[in-house]
Design a protein around this ligand. Structure first.
Ligand code: PLP
Ligand code: COI
Length: 344
């Protein structure tokens, strides 16, 4: 398929309408097979469950053009599993892994002209989501649902791409200990909007949320997990039951151990040790963020600067990022099953 005429290298993380999207409907207790459609508009009741009680879950994954001109996706089976888990938590009927993978493949293939060329730094972001669509006024799950997946070409999530960012310790909490922090639901992001606007107005790129119970442990940021290194060969990964099980983070743990020869220390991480200088480098990791390096953390005016400073990414985060993106773009051999080719 001929490439669209876009300024690929200057794309931001924004929405561009593409040609086709996949839609399936759940009515009378069953999902239909779904199909690609042209219409990007959704018409629904003013009383739809998603509008009244935010009954919606979503995913985020990317399609990449590889060095040899193929189009691939990265570990979509893990997105299928997480969408299933998120749906079950919000009483949404899950879709099958078969339909999820088929919808990913069909949506990417139908929008192949929007997959950014290799080397531009841009990718095709895919957004699968399920929402309650019939009228719901008493607080209860909807009866009918719609599953959609659309594609949009994107550039880096943070302005400046791989430049270190400054983040603040948020005064707001993201997720309660037995709440919904470990699923990907719109409600987790609605509640973060005031916090992110506040952080941006104060000049910070993102928020780091603490555990709400003790406010002493590092959880994650609004849109990415956190990883750290001690600069002595260990990757330190904050562990908590109320953070999203990031597919990027889980992949980086494998990459760090099996490709970079690092040790992995997955455990609770305190704010005190981070601000006290226990780690030489840190990064935000996620599908959108890839790895975005931490430059500084600001805790109510007290600042900690990582050893890479504000000018460039440190050597450990650079190595991890290059290995992961190499696997995704076909310059580094991938572990079995990680790369799923798209037939166009
Ligand atoms: N944490 C949050 C809150 C997120 O929104 C995301 C993005 O998906 C992640 C972590 C990273 O997860 P993944 O690597 O699966 O994209
Ligand atoms: C992703 O990385 O896919 C996300 O959903 C994060 C979001 C904040 C854009």
């Amino acid at each position: 398929m001929e490439k669209k005429n876009l300024d690929w290298s200057n794309l931001t993380f924004g929405y561009t309408k593409t040609d086709k999207r996949f839609v399936a409907n759940y009515t009378n207790g069953a999902w239909d097979n779904g199909a690609l459609i042209d219409d990007d508009m959704i018409v629904m009741s003013e009383c739809a469950g998603v509008l009244q009680y935010a009954q919606t879950v979503f995913e985020g994954l990317k399609a990449y053009e590889t060095v040899d001109g193929k189009i691939v996706t990265f570990r979509p089976d893990l997105n299928a599993q997480r969408l299933h888990d998120s749906a079950v938590r919000l009483e949404i009927p899950p879709i099958s892994e078969e339909m999820f993978i088929r919808s990913v493949k069909e949506t990417v293939a139908a929008n192949a002209g929007f997959v950014p060329p290799y080397g531009t730094g841009a990718t095709l972001y895919l957004r699968p989501y399920i929402f309650g669509i019939n009228p719901v006024i008493g607080v209860k799950p909807a009866e009918d649902y719609q599953y959609r997946i659309f594609a949009t070409p994107v550039g880096p999530y943070f302005k400046g791409g791989v430049n270190p960012i400054v983040v603040k310790i948020s005064d707001f909490d993201r997720a309660a200990p037995h709440g919904t922090g470990c699923i990907k639901a719109g409600l987790n992001y609605a509640m973060s909007l005031h916090a992110i606007v506040t952080a941006h107005n104060e000049g910070f790129a993102e928020n780091i949320y603490l555990d709400p119970q003790t406010r002493t442990k590092i959880e994650e940021t609004g849109g990415a997990n956190l990883i750290f290194t001690d600069g002595k060969g260990t990757l330190i990964v904050p562990k908590s039951g109320s953070i999203l099980p990031s597919i990027t983070r889980r992949s980086l743990v494998y990459v760090a151990e099996h490709y970079c020869g690092m040790k992995i220390d997955e455990r609770e991480v305190t704010l005190e040790e981070v601000m006290g200088g226990a780690f030489s480098e840190g990064g935000l990791c996620g599908t959108a963020a890839v790895i975005s390096p931490l430059g500084k953390i600001n805790d109510h005016g007290k600042e900690f600067t990582f050893s890479n400073g504000m000018e460039e990414m440190g050597p450990v985060m650079t190595k991890l990022r290059e290995t992961l993106t190499g696997i995704q773009m076909g310059t580094v051999e991938a572990p079995e099953g990680w790369i799923v080719p798209i037939e166009c």
